[in-house]
Ligand binder design. Structure first.
Ligand code: ADP
Length: 598
């Protein structure tokens, strides 16, 4: 609704402005046309005046030529000479015709004597220019040629013979010279006599018509003078007199060929000497054309302006809406940010809580470890106690027996007892050595170690036990090029532990066997140690690597735990599986050492 109103307003303002622009343009163009017309008409008048002035003095000068007297005074004079003389003059002066008229008005000689419509012999007593000259005045007159029917301006002067007027010399000037002067095609012009009768015009239809209606008496008088032949002298306008006609800025002229009157901007210039007036007519239609163009241009400009204003208005509105949206968005962002900050704060608190819990957990863990250590220590003490007490008690018995045997001087038996004591001592040393692993610091004594060497050394240490128990060792030649990055002593301990577990497991086995296999890929080394003993059930397999798990009455349950810890420290792994054909199979996997260690 608002839009329609706006559109209506724009259209109404546009129409009003167009009317205003049209009016202004019309006034401007009309003024411009009038000014130009006045200038042009004045210019034409001045030029025409100058031209006519050139001719106006000539008859008087020519009349003084004595050669004109002979034909006037002597009837028998050979007029051919005079005709030629006049022809020569006409040619030189650029006149249409020059002719000599006698006292009665009859043409005696003429420059056009050789032409069909020659003036020679014609009587011009009725022409005012003749009557003026024969009465001693200089005559000027415009008329349609009586014999040639050609428009012309006549200048005449009396020819004196000893103070008496004997004849008249006349120069007829062709008025086509006006056409040479006038070069404005879009402007019509007309030259009218003092009565307002047009005798020369760029518009043929206007010729010999009057600018205003003539009264009957004047009309008859002009027709009788044959000044304009037999023309009916119809009026082109209905103005009462010429002054009224000239005072009009715009006049409507109705020529007989047109049904409607045409409107012209009119300007006039009076040629005082000739008694004529020159009128210029500029069709006002030209102004309408300019008005049309101005309205069109303004309409386009106005439409563009309206479009620009509309788009500016829309842009403004869009910007406003955008700003509003932006504000809303900002509010939303602030709200969301607040929420986010709150969530963040909560998260931070949760993290702190988590860290606190973590710390507490660590604390608890370390306390647990401490407790486990203490427990382990207890276990260890018990184990050491158990392991060492027996040999110690045996050694004590041997020692006490030896004292008694010494008193009895049975030295041989004493030597046997001492031998046993030494053995028992060695046994205690071995037991203690097994517990050293726990005491050892986690030093990194890794080096490039030939895996086969460690395995062979371990077998060497256990050889007696293997032989004693009748265990068959199934083993191919061990490759010597497989290197591992390990502490050789610790690695050897692991192998000893696994082998000794296997030997123990084979205690009651029929045809006991232990297999050792060492192989390697590009990056990994694998050592398989298997036996054909009782093997392990699933529950045992899960638990054998946890500390203190043992099935042996005198076992400590730490061997495999320590072994796995050692292998882990070499970046490897120790796993257990069922051996095909019964028994257990332990697999050590280690990274292969291919390069020299620094
Ligand atoms: P311990 O030898 O003191 O018992 P280990 O950690 O070396 O401690 O072994 C844990 C347990 O795993 C043993 O008690 C035994 O039950 C089981 N075990 C180890 N090796 C074998 C094996 N080759 N065959 C069957 N059982 C085994």
């Amino acid at each position: 609704m608002r839009k329609t109103k706006c559109l209506g307003l724009i259209v109404i303002v546009g129409i009003l402005l167009n009317i205003l622009i049209g009016q202004l343009t019309y006034q401007q163009v009309k003024q411009h046309l009038a000014e130009k017309l006045i200038l042009d008409v004045n210019q034409l008048g001045q030029k025409l005046d100058a031209q006519l002035n050139r001719y106006s003095k000539l008859p008087e000068v020519l009349a003084n030529d004595p050669r004109l007297l002979a034909p006037l005074t002597n009837e028998n004079h050979n007029r051919a000479d005079t005709n030629q003389l006049l022809q020569q003059w006409a040619k030189t002066l650029g006149a249409d015709t020059i002719y000599l008229i006698d006292h009665s008005g009859t043409t005696l000689a003429a420059s056009n004597w050789q032409q069909a419509n020659s003036f020679v012999g014609q009587n011009y007593a009725f022409r005012p220019y003749f009557r003026q000259a024969i009465n001693g005045q200089l005559g000027q007159y415009f008329a349609l040629g009586a014999s040639s029917d050609k428009r012309g301006y006549y200048f005449s002067a009396p020819v004196y013979n000893q103070g008496e007027i004997d004849g008249v010399i006349t120069i007829k000037v062709d008025l086509s010279l006006v056409e040479d002067i006038w070069q404005y095609e879009e402007i019509e012009y007309a030259i009218a006599d003092h009565n307002g009768v047009i005798f020369y015009s760029s518009e043929d239809n206007w010729l010999y018509r009057s600018l205003i209606p003539l009264n009957e008496e004047l009309k008859t008088q002009i027709i009788n003078s044959r000044q304009y032949g037999q023309a009916a002298l119809l009026p082109l306008t209905q103005y009462r007199n010429l002054t009224e006609f000239s005072n009009q800025e715009i006049s409507d002229l109705t020529s007989p060929s047109q049904e409607q009157a045409t409107s012209y901007v009119v300007a006039s210039h009076d040629m005082v000497q000739a008694g004529w007036s020159i009128y210029g007519f500029s069709p006002i239609q030209a102004a309408y054309q300019y008005v049309g163009q101005a309205i069109m241009m303004f309409s386009v400009f106005y439409a563009l302006l309206c479009l620009a204003l509309t788009s500016w208005w829309q842009t403004l509105n869009t910007q406003k809406a955008l700003a509003q949206l932006n504000d809303q968005l900002e509010q939303l962002v602030i709200k969301r940010t607040k929420n986010l900050l709150e969530t963040n704060q909560q998260l931070r608190e949760t993290i702190e809580q988590y860290e606190r819990s973590q710390a507490e957990l660590k604390q608890t863990q370390s306390e647990l470890v401490q407790a486990a250590k203490l427990a382990m220590l207890g276990e260890l003490s018990a184990s050491i106690n158990h392991e060492i007490n027996q040999p110690l008690a045996a050694m004590r018995t041997y020692a006490e027996n030896s004292r008694k045997l010494l008193q009895k001087e049975r030295y041989d038996s004493v030597a046997g007892n001492i031998e046993e004591i030494i053995k028992l001592n060695q046994m205690v040393a071995d037991i203690i050595a097994r517990f050293k692993v726990f005491a050892r610091k986690a030093n990194d004594n890794r080096e490039r170690t030939v895996a086969a060497d460690s395995i062979r050394a371990a077998i060497g240490l256990l050889r007696n036990r293997l032989i004693k128990q009748g265990v068959i060792l199934r083993m191919d030649e061990l490759p010597n090029d497989i290197m591992i990055n390990a502490d050789a002593v610790q690695f050897e301990q692991v192998i000893i532990n696994l082998l000794s577990n296997a030997i123990q497991a084979l205690a009651n086995a029929h045809q006991p066997q232990i297999g050792i296999k060492l192989d390697s890929g590009d990056s990994l080394v694998k050592i398989h140690i298997w036996d054909n003993g009782p093997g392990l059930d699933d529950g045992q397999k899960k638990r054998i690597f946890t500390p203190f798990f043992t099935t042996k009455s005198d076992g400590l349950g730490l061997g495999l735990t320590i072994s796995r810890r050692i292998i882990d420290s070499f970046s490897g792994s120790l796993t257990v599986t069922d051996h095909t054909g019964g028994g257990a199979e332990f697999i050590i996997t280690l990274p292969r050492c291919t390069e020299e260690l620094e």
